[in-house]
Design a protein around this ligand. Structure first.
Ligand SMILES: Cc1cc2nc3c(=O)[nH]c(=O)nc-3n(C[C@H](O)[C@H](O)[C@H](O)COP(=O)(O)O)c2cc1C
Length: 411
């Protein structure tokens, strides 16, 4: 699955005969680039050993409370997970989840976590059909828990009927689908990412500390939201995400040209690249020789890519970034007005924050509103940012449709 890369999947395994299939599920999740941690009920270890899951997930497996040596593992895991999937979910575990119990580590993690919860019931057909199980499942569904399956067929006990756990491939698909919001389905998105390099001479350049991680995470998140994405990237040490068009550029001028060549076919422009503000005014044709005396470097301003796009008559919905070292809110609002863009995502940089780190925090400002996205990993922040952009984008789009409709009918 293309969109499981770097997703944090917490797999809960309870004590059903189908627990052996979850080992294959972990293997496949890892093969698709997901980060997997496994929590087993004590009864689950009667069916499969923790060692199997440890080897397959590459992470230690937690089971009973005694494995929670710090006493905080359940909270740490609850915060860590992007999704919790309990597979297999026994009749007993479903009952405990429905009751909101926290009497073992897995139940406590499920209770403590904000992450969407998915369960894959697996049990004898009689247990599945029982009114108690029906009521527990209905209650869980009502609370937003996604019930995956069960499938029908021949069972381990010889019965035939509903209660078989979905196969690993189907669970993988359900997890993958759960990350595809499709909120930007049909929307053409262009994202810029990474630093630019401004040549001083054939071997030297001016650049910055941008790693491209934020822009790449945004491009992925937009793809997962159903957009068709073009990523225009400065030089970075990241793999091109799959499922989107990736164009590599070097200088700010290259980036400007790459953007302008495609902007007419773009609905939403997200400028996450750290484009140079200045470049050497006269890059040397040959390598500059070392001299004993001090030297100075004349610089000239570079065309502002975002401002150029925002000034177009037919222009996309524009989102810019501001990396500041102080007074975040004031600088962000001013930048939004100066550039004439719909949204600015601002973050504090310097002192190990922002550039080149794996997590960040963002202040989003738009006309008449702002919100704070607290510290989190860049992929998770990107998904929240794209979600917010999708909300504002659809509001504006609906407004345009209704004013066009109004104009047509009042003409
Ligand atoms: C061989 C065997 C197979 C079992 N398979 C299932 C099963 O597939 N589904 C289920 O709900 N319970 C099954 N059970 C019963 C559960 O193991 C039992 O309800 C246990 O308390 C579940 O604990 P847990 O939900 O905390 O893991 C099985 C029991 C045995 C002995």
């Amino acid at each position: 699955m293309k969109n499981l890369s770097q997703k944090r999947i917490l797999l809960g395994v309870s004590g059903g005969i189908a627990a052996y299939k979850s080992a294959e599920l972990v293997r496949r999740l890892r093969a698709d680039g997901a980060l997997v941690r496994v929590v087993m009920t004590v009864n689950a270890s009667e069916f499969v050993t923790a060692r199997t899951f440890h080897a397959l997930s590459g992470e230690p497996v937690l089971s009973g409370w005694s494995d929670d040596s710090s006493g905080m593992a359940h909270i740490e895991l609850a915060r860590w997970a992007d999704r919790i999937l309990v597979a297999p979910a026994t009749a007993n575990t479903l009952a405990r989840l429905a009751q909101g119990r926290a009497d073992d580590l897995l139940a406590a993690v499920c209770l403590a976590s904000d992450a969407p919860l998915m369960v894959a019931p697996a049990m004898n057909q009689g247990m599945w059909r029982h009114a108690a199980t029906r009521a527990n499942v209905a209650l869980l569904r009502e609370r937003g828990v996604q019930i995956c399956g069960p499938a029908e067929g021949e069972q381990a006990c010889g019965d035939v009927g509903p209660g078989r756990m979905l196969e690993p491939q189907a669970l993988l698909q359900a997890l993958s689908d759960s990350f595809s919001s499709m909120r930007l389905a049909g929307v053409k998105v262009m994202v810029t990412a990474g630093p630019t390099r401004e040549a001083l001479d054939p071997v030297r350049f001016l650049s910055n500390r941008s790693s491209g991680k934020t822009g790449y995470a945004i491009a992925r998140a937009a793809r997962e939201a159903g957009a068709s994405v073009t990523l225009i990237s400065g030089p970075v040490a990241l793999d091109a995400p799959s499922g989107l068009q990736c164009i590599g550029v070097e200088s700010a001028q290259d980036m400007l040209e790459a953007v302008m060549a495609r902007v007419s076919d773009c609905d939403l422009f997200i400028a996450a690249a750290a484009v140079a503000d200045y470049r050497p005014a006269e890059p040397a044709q040959q390598k500059i020789k070392k001299r004993a005396t001090a030297s100075s470097l004349p610089l000239e301003p570079v065309t502002d890519v975002l401002a150029r796009v925002a000034a177009l008559q037919r222009r996309p919905f524009c989102v810019g970034f501001a990396a500041e070292t102080e007074q975040l809110e004031q600088h962000a609002q001013r930048k939004r007005l100066r550039k004439g863009v719909e949204m600015i995502a601002a973050n504090l940089v310097g002192g190990g924050r922002g550039f080149d780190s794996d997590d960040n925090e963002l202040l989003l400002v738009w006309e008449g509103g702002q919100c704070w996205l607290p510290r989190d990993s860049k992929p998770r922040l990107a998904r929240q940012l794209v979600d917010k952009i999708a909300t504002l984008y659809s509001q504006r789009f609906n407004k345009e449709i209704s004013s066009e409709h109004h104009a047509k009918h009042s003409a």
